[in-house]
Design a protein around this ligand. Structure first.
Ligand code: ACO
Length: 321
């Protein structure tokens, strides 16, 4: 038995923030942001939290899947911006939706987190350890970006996407995961400093740091390689794939990946113009958008690919139900 997606959902914060607005708080412009990244606006949380966005996305996915909360036996939330260090976001979502029979935990692999989580679910389904899983990717990155740093605050955004997956024949056709901890300094956010009684030096809280150029180079090289590796495992060619749902960090990255794979850009839907980079939320939000638009047809072969801090990367090929 493999993981088969039977419902998708997503939730974005109510407030939208345009590039023009950002140009009033940092030295930037709509022209710079849209031409360098493809982003035109993003959703930023005011009242919403990682838990509230996750819960709403989960409810929408469960409604589409026609699955009640008691049927869910596993919840994984992919996030690097949990509201609480403990308990996990997944446990808080479990309580909100009343999934009393589920085991729940978070997984942190930054922007690759959703694809990593789908791999865990798929492996547990192959091992017969679960039958109906809720997989959520959710972030409130607006809490950890420095709103005075124009090189990052224009990129990141908030939102959640969710899927319900059931153990079925078919579903996942191939997967590849990887990490390179030696490049950990490329994107990082420090956790709370140690303020125990034995530490005398008190340091201010840090915000997200990213060496954008390094991440760009890594993504355009590693993701086509990982997709090719996964295609080979599934005995498919790049042309056999109907849709490439790639992490929404930068339109130029996705265009370069399409070029390297020699596939039409029409097979690479993007929503970063209105959603921005929601890290762990990115792939499942895009998946839900594509699904609700009716883009994904039964039997379509779909690539999901994420990459980000770690560095981490993950690819999964699905046979759409
Ligand atoms: N507005 C105006 N100018 C800016 C801005 C801005 N918002 N940000 C940077 N600049 C300036 C820089 O200061 C620099 O000026 P200089 O030439 O005078 O020094 C110039 O623009 C060029 O900056 P670059 O960083 O070289 O711009 P680049 O074309 O590389 O684009 C970007 C930067 C958009 C960040 C790109 O590198 C990128 O998208 N990288 C990948 C990010 C990514 O994929 N992240 C995913 C992982 S995130 C995660 O895991 C949480």
């Amino acid at each position: 038995m493999r993981a088969q997606i039977i419902g998708t959902g997503s939730c974005l914060p109510e407030k939208t923030v345009t590039n023009d607005f950002l140009s009033t708080i940092v030295d930037t412009s709509d022209e710079w942001i849209s031409s360098r990244t493809g982003i035109r606006q993003r959703h930023i949380s005011v009242q919403e939290t990682t838990v509230s966005l996750s819960t709403e996305a989960a409810r929408r996915a469960m409604e589409m899947a026609k699955v009640t909360a008691e049927k869910i036996d596993l919840i994984i939330v992919a996030t690097c911006t949990a509201d609480t260090l403990v308990p996990s976001t997944a446990c808080l979502v479990q309580n909100e939706i009343g999934a009393v029979n589920a085991t729940a935990f978070d997984l942190n692999a930054a922007c690759a987190g959703f694809v990593f989580s789908m791999n865990v679910v798929d492996s547990m389904m192959q091992a017969g350890m679960c039958r109906t899983a809720l997989v959520i990717g959710a972030e409130t990155l607006s809490r950890i970006v420095d709103w005075k740093d124009r090189s990052t605050c224009v990129l990141f955004a908030d939102g959640a996407g969710a899927v319900v997956a059931r153990a079925a024949e078919g579903g996942v056709l191939g997967t590849t995961l990887g990490s390179d901890g030696s490049k950990g300094g490329t994107i990082y956010v420090k956790s709370r400093e140690n303020y125990n009684p034995f530490v005398t030096e008190q340091k201010p809280t840090d915000y997200l740091f990213m060496d954008g150029g390094e991440v760009f180079k890594f993504a355009v090289k590693k993701i086509p390689e990982a997709i090719r590796e996964t295609l080979a495992k599934a005995e498919l060619t790049a042309d056999d794939i109907d849709w490439y749902l790639l992490h929404q960090a930068n339109a130029r990255i996705n265009e370069s990946i399409a070029k390297r794979l020699k596939i039409s850009i029409d097979k690479v839907p993007m929503n970063l113009d209105h959603v921005g980079n929601t890290s762990g939320g990115s792939v499942p939000i895009l998946l839900d958008e594509a699904n609700r638009k009716g883009l994904l047809k039964s039997g379509d072969k779909v690539v999901l690919a994420g990459f980000g801090a770690g560095l981490t990367w993950g690819v999964m090929i699905l046979n759409w139900a």
